[in-house]
Structure formats: C-alpha cells, structure tokens
Design a protein around this ligand. Structure first.
Ligand code: GLN
Length: 193
C-alpha cells in the first residue's frame, strides 16, 4: 500500500495533520507519534510547528523526550518547522528556563525573533537547491548562530531561516501550511534510500 518510508510526526501538539498530509502526498507512510512505542517503528521524525514550551513539557510527561534524544543521537533523520526547529536546536534564546531541546543541530535559535509588529507574515524565501518557496511565518524563530557543520540554505534579512546538518533539516516557517511540498521533498530526499 505504501511505497515510501515510515515517517513519524510528533503528535503531542501543533499542526500535525498538515505535515501528515504533505508527507502522505509524497508517498510516505505517516505515523503519528505519541508514545515511545510509536517512535520505535519510524524511520524518521517530523517535529511540527506549535508551541515549543508546551511541547517540551509534553515530551517529558509522555516519556518521549529521552527515546527521541537517543534516536537522534543515533542519526535518525528529523525535520523541524518553527517550534520543531526550536526543539531540535542546541541552544534556545529567550526560551522558558525549564524548556528542553534535543541539540540535534548546532544552532542557537531565538524564539519569536521577528518581533511583535511582524509576528506573523508571509514571504517568498529562496532556498538553496530548491528555489523560491512561499513561507508562512507565525511568531517565528530565527537562527542567531550556526555551527561550523551547519549549512544555511535560506535567510531572511540576513538571518538564517532554513538550515541543514546531515539528516537534520530545520525551517523557521511552516512549509506544511503553504501547499508547496518541496521542503518535505528536500527532507525525504536527504536520506531516503
Ligand atoms: N513561538 C513559538 C514557540 O516558541 C513557535 C511558533 C510556531 O511554531 N508557529 O514555540
């Protein structure tokens, strides 16, 4: 029935359904991940947009934080959008003191970085190797520091908004809300055999 890989979507909070729809359209077998058992069966994980502080708390209460951290340390491919990007970062600037992140990509991410007046906006963002994509930013973070092994694939006003490090891809915006599947395709193409 499914031709593609088993891709988990972290389904504790946020725009889970939209990611699932984009991935299914590309032929992936989508699994909503709510428990460590769900996680065990997936080849890769997408961390959606939503609220990173809430997701951080739910990751701990669901018992998913440590198993996900272990899989990421073993090289599980992951794609984080907006709050998901914050969860994958090595450093969170302006986070809640008790907020945890996976340090799967060596970036410092500032939460709600575009400021109050433009806390939500749409723009066209030129992504290296992909081209211009429509991008929906909702109280979006940007990258303040990218480590040596991190490729910056797109910037807005000089701030990195799409980065990649090995099989880990992150975007400040919400490709799952634009109907353009190319960033999901970029993610799957980075590791799918
Ligand atoms: N500002 C949110 C956070 O800190 C992210 C917003 C989003 O995912 N749209 O988690």
């Amino acid at each position: 029935m499914y031709s593609g890989p088993k891709v988990g979507v972290l389904a504790l909070q946020g725009d889970v359904r939209e990611h699932g729809a984009a991935l299914s359209e590309l032929g992936a077998h989508v699994v909503e991940v709510r428990t460590p058992e769900d996680l065990a069966g997936v080849d890769a994980l997408v961390l959606p947009g939503g609220e990173s502080t809430t997701m951080s708390l739910l990751l701990q209460s669901s018992g998913l934080f440590d198993p996900i951290a272990d899989r990421l340390a073993d090289g599980m491919p992951a794609f984080g959008t907006c709050a998901g990007m914050i969860l994958l970062a090595s450093e969170v600037v302006d986070g809640r003191p008790d907020q945890r992140s996976f340090a799967a990509i060596d970036i410092a991410v500032r939460r709600n970085a575009f400021g109050r007046q433009v806390d939500s906006f749409e723009a066209e963002v030129d992504v290296a190797g992909v081209g211009p994509v429509p991008a929906v930013f909702i109280r979006a973070p940007f990258v303040e520091r990218a480590g040596a092994g991190v490729e910056v694939l797109a910037e807005v006003d000089g701030h990195p908004v799409v980065c990649r490090s090995g099989p880990v891809l992150v975007a400040s915006f919400h490709p799952e809300l634009s109907g353009d599947l190319r960033l999901h395709e970029l993610f799957l193409g980075g590791w799918e055999i």
